[in-house]
Design a protein around this ligand. Sequence first.
Ligand SMILES: Cc1cc2nc3c(=O)[nH]c(=O)nc-3n(C[C@H](O)[C@H](O)[C@H](O)COP(=O)(O)O)c2cc1C
Length: 204
Amino acid sequence: MPGERGRCVSVGITGASGALYAVRTVAALLAGGFRVELVVSDFGRRLLHDELGEAASCDRLIDYLADRYGEDVRAGTLVVHSNRNLGASIASGSYACAGMAIVPCSMKTLAGVAHGLSRSLIERAADVMLKERRPLVIVPRETPMSLPQLRNLVASAEAGATVLPAMPAFYQGPRTLDDLADFMAGKILDALGVPHALYPPWTG
Ligand SMILES: Cc1cc2nc3c(=O)[nH]c(=O)nc-3n(C[C@H](O)[C@H](O)[C@H](O)COP(=O)(O)O)c2cc1C
């Protein structure tokens, strides 16, 4: 991710299970000095509350991340947008944003991205990534999946997105939920082209 644009990444959080993956990803980007343009859907806000507790609310998220992952997260800049603000910076391809991850990505938002609906800021920012040919990482979480959901994954991949299912591996010997979240966040940063040390590479 060279150049000025390379220092900015957007993250969308929607109402699919897996809030821990989202906060670990945001924390790792911030610790790497990135400007993170965060958009959380209404159900994403409920998810943060239900899975991580009151302290993980959007308006206090930076403090939550610092408590959980260390003060290094303050190396970056966290900007939170309303999902209803279709006039936000990241709604335009002219804005210098290098890539986007939707983590976790609900089947509803997946459908909107797959069909270019741009009904919300998350969907619009994702559409911008696709039309500008910049990295878009979709982290779906649903099981089992219906045929329309599977087709929406294919349509998103065909449009240029990386489909990166919330499927942590176990060959690294994870012992905690944080180990699993580190692995998923590491895979997301890999797909965005961001260096990290979230999990050790396989050495054979
Ligand atoms: C407790 C709870 C868990 C949910 N888990 C999932 C899930 O894992 N995957 C999914 O696609 N939708 C899930 N949903 C449904 C979505 O939250 C719902 O479709 C919502 O409209 C998504 O909107 P959003 O994409 O704007 O966040 C869940 C809903 C609730 C209330």
